[in-house]
Design a protein around this ligand. Structure first.
Ligand SMILES: [Zn+2]
Length: 285
């Protein structure tokens, strides 16, 4: 499965501040020719994102609502505030290409910080690790659809795009009883034709840790901590042991900076835009 993560091109960073209308063209261009400039931009890690945040109703205390019910195992849903990301610093950590053999360890790290994250899973891995997916859902994390076998969707006929998504939906539903409401296309590659087959929010990212390239936990942690801003969507791959190994440091440092670790849907107050790169930072009070 490593090949999936490794082959993620960093071109996305080149597609900053694009509108949905020109996104397809931008992606196609960058797909076929990842320029040195784009790669340099990717190495810089972070991008300002178009702001499309829609908040939830403000809770009684600024930004934070009462605790939810307790879970009792290490990876079950823990007490944590519901967060209004218009008012407090939020970051959405996202993990692609799993579930895998390191996902369980990741769940323990996240639980320790009452962190929620979003997992863009491959249907072909869901059927291999159904119990891991169930634990992920039980812990309160969000599940997104990352296709069945990680193809380049822009090269597939419409019917196969649909079947890649639908087959994964069915596997997730069968394993964990939930339906993915978000889609992340493999390599972040999509165009208008692909979008027509995916009638749900497409989630990109604005911090690319390049964890598939830097197979070193310290490097991944350093790159992440350098790039995260309030409202960031951060791309990781939980199929890499080194990525999971970076998480204690990432979580500890970001928590110390006052970040709330939320799912992608939470980041947008439950209403992600059609194409999401990141959310607006909270307003100053
Ligand atoms: Zn992927």
């Amino acid at each position: 499965m490593d090949v999936w993560g490794r082959s993620h091109p960093p071109f996305l960073a080149g597609a900053k501040r694009v509108t949905a209308g020109v996104l397809a063209a931008a992606l196609l261009v960058t797909l076929t020719a990842a320029t040195g400039a784009a790669q340099a931009a990717a190495r810089a890690g972070t991008r300002a994102a178009p702001s499309d945040a829609l908040g939830v109703a403000p809770p009684d205390t600024p930004g934070v609502a009462p605790f939810e019910a307790l879970g009792d195992s290490a990876t079950e849903a823990r007490p944590r505030p519901r967060v209004d990301c218009r008012r407090v610093k939020c970051v959405a950590l996202t993990f692609d290409d799993g579930p895998g053999r390191h996902t369980g360890t990741l769940l323990r790290h996240l639980a320790k910080y009452h962190a929620r994250a979003t997992f863009f899973v491959l249907g072909s891995n869901v059927v291999t690790y159904p119990r891991v997916l169930r634990r992920t859902v039980a812990a309160g994390h969000e599940i997104g659809n990352h296709t069945w076998s990680h193809p380049l969707l822009t090269r597939l006929p419409a019917a196969r795009v649909r079947s890649q998504i639908a087959r994964t939906d069915r596997a997730v539903k069968a394993a964990a009883g939930v339906m993915p409401h978000l889609v992340r296309p493999p390599y972040g590659a999509f165009n208008r034709a692909v979008r027509r087959q995916i009638a749900r929010p497409i989630v990109m990212w604005n911090v690319d840790t390049l964890d598939w390239r830097y197979r070193n936990s310290a490097t991944v942690a350093r790159r992440t901590l350098r790039s995260v801003r309030p409202g960031s969507i951060v791309l990781f791959h939980d199929i890499h042991r080194t990525t999971v190994g970076a998480m204690p440091r990432v979580l500890k440092s970001l928590a110390k900076r006052g970040y709330h670790f939320v799912t992608v849907s939470e980041l947008f107050g439950g209403r992600p835009p059609h194409v999401a790169f990141g959310a607006a930072p909270p307003k100053k009070h």
